[in-house]
Structures are given as C-alpha cells and as structure tokens.
Write a protein that binds this ligand. Structure first.
Ligand code: R5P
Length: 298
C-alpha cells in the first residue's frame, strides 16, 4: 500500500515534490489555531494500516512542534502502521553542549521528544559537531541526506572556476566534500563567535583564490553574521563579492538583506522555504525515505 504524506503548514511545495518522487498519496489535514492560540489538528485521509509520513521542516521549531506532535498522535490513533517524519531542517542541533552552567543539551531532549512520537526520521545535513551521529541521540532509525552532491552539481553547472571558502571549522565537512566533487580548491577560515550577532573571522592566506570566483559555503545561515563577516574578509583581501551557498536558509530578521549587500549571489537548498532556494533535494529525500522505511519495517 502506498504511504500517505501530509504537509504541515508552509511545507506544501517541497512536500508535493517529495510525494511525487516517492509515489506517495497526498494526505489531507485541517490544521488551525483556536483564538487562544492552541493548535487543532484533524487528519482527513484514511490511515488504517497505512504508513503516514509527516513533512515538517523545523526552522522556527517552537511554533511548529505542538501541531507536529498532535499530527503524529492523530496519525497513530487513526491506525497508521508507522509514522515517519521528514524534517529537512532539524532544529536544536546547535545546542549540542552545555556552554554555560544552568544550560541543557537541548539537542538530546529534542531528540528524545521526537523519538517518542515517530518511528523514523529523515533529515538533511543536520548540524553534527559535538554530537557525532544522530544515532547518539535518536532512538529511532534515521537517515541523513547529504546536500553536497546537489550543491556540487549546481556549482559545476553555474560557477566558473569556483574557489570554495568555509567560514569556520564546522563548515569543513561540507566544503571539503563539495570541493572534491567539483575538483575545486578550498580553504577554511577561522571564526570566533563573541555573541549571536558578533563574529570575527580570520584567514591565513587567500592568495590562491586570485582569479577565481569565491564561493562561501556553510550549512546554515541564521543571523547571517558568519557569512557577512566572511564576505567582508574576502573583500578586504581584494577578492570579488562571493557567491554564497548554504544548505539551510534560516535567515533570521534582516539577515538576507544584509547578506545580499555583500554577496554576488545567494543560493540555498530547498530545506527551508525561501526565495533563495535554487537547489532541489526531493530526489535524494525520496531515496532516504525509501531506505529508512525498509529499515523501520524490518
Ligand atoms: C555554526 O557554526 C554553523 O555552521 C553556521 O556557521 C552558523 O550557524 C551560522 O549562524 P549565523 O548565520 O547566525 O552566523
């Protein structure tokens, strides 16, 4: 029996692309808020004995989590044989350590919450830094789609002589992978974050980038401080304005406008719906869902 895929509000475009790549039925749901702000979820498609897939990217997670959990519970109470989650952007992964006394490792608690309500999880390039793999914190089967192949093929088709620049150590994994796939040179800069919107970036030597198109690549743009500081450093080194590429277009507040002022172009994957989305990931997401559903149903 085909799975039924439900899009949580705001996810319709990417969810439709995934449903079509998977050959899944489109699920119908009524999700709304009462006047007092409480969430109401009603699944309208029959689910008895069928697999339910909920599609909900988890940027701005706090406003999304209650309707998402209600939908998962509704799917289970409607008789779904399995309930899976496709969250192309997985929240809370950057809270992966206690940085100051009194904090919590929110990544672990968020993982425990999702693991209680879903049978499997598919996501794209989660921010794995101090936590090595999702299996360290999730107790359900997970699959991580890598955006690097799609980013590399976009770069090969679009950018002449790219020179990959990672703004910080955490971006090294993406930068090295994409650079290898494009056979392009790469460098990783050094970042010190003093506060959410205050970062300092340093580079040893950018001479090798002369004559190339600088391409800044990072997993997430949130406040934009990292990319903007890196772009300013490239400009001070006499390089052209960079092509800025990110997997997850979180773009808080004025981040997009601020980055546009210093970038030649901004392109992101479609893990968070945004006007900069130019790299579609429906095909690898469908492969990951197929892989995890066969693991989860063994
Ligand atoms: C963390 O190191 C990540 O890889 C990104 O560099 C970071 O999340 C970007 O955040 P922001 O846009 O707020 O500087």
């Amino acid at each position: 029996m085909k799975p039924t895929l439900f899009a949580l509000p705001g996810n319709e475009r990417a969810a439709r692309a995934l449903a079509s790549a998977l050959g899944a039925d489109w699920g119908s749901a009524a999700i709304r808020h009462f006047a007092d702000g409480e969430s109401s979820v009603r699944l309208l498609s029959p689910l008895q004995g069928r697999q339910a897939i909920l599609f909900c990217t988890l940027d701005r997670p706090d406003e999304k989590i209650v309707p998402l959990l209600w939908a998962a519970i509704a799917a289970r109470e409607s008789g779904a044989s399995r309930v899976g989650l496709v969250a192309p952007y997985l929240a809370y992964m950057r809270q992966d350590a206690v940085f100051h006394p009194g904090e919590i490792v929110a990544a672990r608690h968020f993982a425990a919450l999702l693991s209680r309500h879903f049978d499997w999880l598919v996501t794209v390039d989660p921010h794995l830094h101090r936590i090595a793999t999702l299996d360290d914190i999730y107790t359900i089967p997970t699959q991580c789609v890598q955006a690097a192949p799609a980013i590399a093929s976009w770069l090969r088709a679009t950018v002449n002589q790219p020179f990959l620049v990672g703004p910080d150590e955490e971006s090294r994994q993406w930068v090295n992978d994409v650079a290898r796939r494009c056979q392009a040179p790469a460098i990783v800069l050094h970042k010190t974050r003093h506060a959410d919107r205050c970062v300092e970036i340093q580079a040893a030597d950018l001479n090798a980038a002369a004559g190339c198109t600088p391409v800044l690549l990072d997993d997430i743009v949130a406040t934009g401080s990292t990319m903007v500081a890196a772009a300013n450093l490239l400009r001070r080194a006499g390089l052209a304005p960079p092509v800025c590429v990110a997997v997850h277009a979180v773009f808080a507040g004025d981040a997009f406008a601020e980055l546009r002022a210093v970038a030649a172009e901004i392109v992101t994957c479609d893990t968070v719906s945004h006007s900069s989305n130019g790299i579609a990931l429906a095909a690898p997401l469908a492969e990951a869902v197929s892989a995890v559903t066969s693991i989860a149903s063994r």
